[in-house]
Write a protein that binds this ligand. Structure first.
Ligand code: NAD
Ligand code: TYD
Length: 354
């Protein structure tokens, strides 16, 4: 079968990537989606169980740092679009081991840019390199104001500094080599399949198990939460209709102070688990702050709304309930993630001695 597009999607076994893979596979059966992922601790093929049998899906285990493999993938699958999500993504881990972030997020992105540049050297027409980034590159806000596409970069954690660097390099390949790139910077995502090291799934997991709920510092740090499928919808729009060389901010218009969010989750789970009102709030424990903790992130997504008509579709209360319910309904997924059993899935699924 010949496909109308052949898309190399990196990091598709991760949280956001798996939602984008699912969306593209099911909405665009005439596209082939090649999911390249090296399955770090954050890569979980169980996230894609429901779609892995589709004929337009290819899984390629591999590292974005492997230039020879990338050349081979571009050639073998005639790749004409890239959606680049592969990254080390957790701020606390970046504080522990910054070099892993430099390698994957910076060197890995340049390796991928080089592969695209090489493969597309004779014909840039119809090609697109879409780099997925974060609002954390803009730094930290006070009580008021929003990040726009014009906000100067001011990253303050090794994670955000590595993402900022990769964003600059992607834009440099546009200006220097005319690589047809587009970039988006998104706020914090939440929803099904998020690894339980991030705030919302970690809290849901601990509430369920009646374990302490570790809130950093005074708990008044603020994040703008976006339902992950709304991010996937924005990625779909920008991939197809975003202007080459442009940047789009994506945000949930849904700000929460961490403590308010955790209390809300406690109340939702008390309700869903038939616990007495207020029971789970007793588990909240203030702990030592994260070093260099950014106070507030908030996105102005008006460019995306005005130019491409995108808006979030799932709001605060509904999204938190849906997420809590999903984690309760998918205890097996969570057990596999927390026990490490999910890492054997690849061997069972893809390595039958072949
Ligand atoms: P994630 O950590 O859940 O998934 C990352 C995926 O990348 C994993 O499947 C992992 O195995 C893969 N990967 C890591 N290193 C790799 C390498 N060297 N080669 C190949 N694959 C590799 O991350 P996520 O939360 O889904 O984030 C995806 C992207 O979106 C990242 O670029 C992140 O910076 C960006 N982003 C995330 C958020 C958020 O709230 N999670 C918000 C805005 C932007
Ligand atoms: P996180 O989900 O790690 O996302 P990011 O740091 O990329 O915004 O954290 C979201 C917020 O929650 C952040 O202010 C740190 C805070 N936090 C806690 O208070 N306790 C926790 O256990 C975690 C993981 C995060």
């Amino acid at each position: 079968m010949s496909y109308t597009k052949n898309i190399l999607l990196t990091g598709g076994a991760g949280f956001i990537g798996s939602h984008v893979v699912r969306r593209f596979l099911t909405r665009y059966p005439d596209y082939r989606i090649v999911n390249l992922d090296n399955l770090t601790y954050a890569g979980n093929l169980e996230n894609l169980r429901d779609v892995e049998g589709l004929p337009n899906y290819v899984f390629q285990r591999g590292d974005i740092l492997d230039a020879a493999l990338l050349d081979d993938v571009f050639q073998s699958f005639q790749i004409d679009g890239v959606i680049h999500l592969a990254a080390e993504s957790h701020v606390d881990r970046s504080i522990e081991s910054p070099l892993d972030f430099i390698e994957t997020n910076i060197v890995g992105t340049v390796t991928l840019l080089n592969a695209a540049k090489k493969a597309w050297k004779d014909a840039l027409e119809g090609k697109r390199f879409y780099h997925i980034s974060t609002d954390e590159v803009y730094g930290s806000l006070g009580e008021t104001g929003f990040f726009t596409e014009e906000t100067p970069y001011d990253p303050r954690s090794p994670y955000s500094a590595s993402k900022a660097s990769s964003d600059h390099l992607v834009r440099a390949y546009f200006h220097t080599y005319h690589l047809p790139v587009v970039v988006s910077n998104c706020s914090n995502n939440y929803g099904p399949y998020q690894f339980p090291e991030k705030l919302i799934p970690l809290m849901i997991h601990n509430i369920r198990q009646e374990k302490p709920l570790p809130v950093y510092g005074d708990g008044k740090y603020t994040r703008d939460w976006l339902w992950v499928e709304d991010h996937a919808a924005a990625i779909d729009l920008i991939f197809h209709q975003g202007k080459t060389g442009e940047t789009y901010n994506i945000g949930g218009n849904n700000e929460w102070k961490n403590i308010d969010l955790v209390e809300r989750l406690c109340d939702i789970l008390d309700d869903l688990l038939h616990r007495p009102k207020g029971a789970s709030r007793q588990l909240i424990t203030f702990v030592k702050d994260r070093p260099g903790h950014d106070r507030r992130y908030a996105i102005d997504a008006s460019k995306l709304k005005q130019e491409l008509g995108w808006e979030p579709s799932v709001y605060a209360e509904e999204g938190l309930r849906l997420t809590a319910q999903w984690y309760l309904d998918n205890q097996e997924w969570l057990d596999h993630v927390t026990s490490g059993a999910y890492q054997q899935y690849y061997e069972r699924q893809y390595d039958h001695g072949g």
